[in-house]
Design a protein around this ligand. Structure first.
Ligand SMILES: NC(=O)c1ccc[n+]([C@@H]2O[C@H](COP(=O)([O-])OP(=O)(O)OC[C@H]3O[C@@H](n4cnc5c(N)ncnc54)[C@H](OP(=O)(O)O)[C@@H]3O)[C@@H](O)[C@H]2O)c1
Length: 200
């Protein structure tokens, strides 16, 4: 399984640091060359052009929500890929999204891909603190998708990154708890939770 992160700003860097800590190879791409920043984060990051990074099996969207159409158009095909939506559409009016949950609206730009919402509910500075909390728990990452297998697959990745996954169900159901859209935040956004009952 190959991975890519699009956007190496605040949240993209926090996610990339989680990959780097586990030594998991990941391509990173943005509008500008990312060689220096990628080298600073860790040797498991490879800077790529956006078009090349989008060849990965799993593409993590960590750029502004408004850029999703451009990214969708930049790949030859999304068929069979897994797209992880870490964006938030705070400030984007619901009517601009056709009344859909933000991740469902975004998914229209990635035809054929399985789309999973994850890594979006915590401030980047909190996610960047890593998977382990000072109290000895594992920091929770919420996951929502209309595709159960894709949700499980992202939960396995979250485990590999040492965080504690919690699957919330479908994007239009549990996913609404971690959605930002218009001028509202879902009830679980900003909730920095930890799991203590794990054998890991
Ligand atoms: N910051 C947080 O605490 C946080 C937490 C959860 C979710 N989010 C969400 O994550 C997304 C990114 O937020 P952020 O705070 O990380 O923003 P940011 O620090 O401004 O970083 C955005 C990154 O995306 C890149 N980018 C912008 N337009 C692009 C495009 N068309 N194609 C490829 N890359 C592009 C930027 O590159 P340039 O620098 O070259 O423009 C930058 O590296 C947003 O949707 C935000 O709502 C943020």
């Amino acid at each position: 399984m190959s991975y890519a992160i699009i956007g190496l700003g605040k949240i993209g860097t926090a996610i990339a640091q989680a990959f780097a800590r586990q030594g998991i190879e990941v391509a990173v791409a943005g509008r500008r060359p990312l060689d220096a920043l990628a080298a600073q984060i860790g040797p498991s990051l490879t800077p790529r052009r956006i078009e090349d990074a989008l060849k990965a099996d799993v593409v993590i969207l960590a750029m502004p929500f408004a850029a999703h159409r451009d990214i969708g158009l930049a790949a030859e095909s999304w068929q069979g890929k897994l797209v992880i939506d870490a964006t938030n559409a705070f400030g984007v009016p619901p009517e601009e999204l056709g009344g859909l949950p933000s991740t469902a609206a975004l998914a229209k730009s990635f035809p054929g891909a399985k789309v999973v919402k994850a890594f979006n509910h915590l401030p980047a500075g909190v996610l960047a603190q890593g998977a382990r909390t000072p109290q000895g728990g594992r920091r929770v990452v919420f996951i929502a998708s209309d595709d159960d297998a894709a949700s499980a697959s992202v939960a396995a990745l979250v485990e590999r990154l040492d965080f504690a996954p919690i699957e919330l169900g479908k994007i239009g159901e549990g996913g609404l708890l971690v959605q930002a859209r218009g001028n509202t935040w879902g009830q679980l956004v900003f909730q920095d939770l930890a799991r203590f009952n794990s054998s890991k």
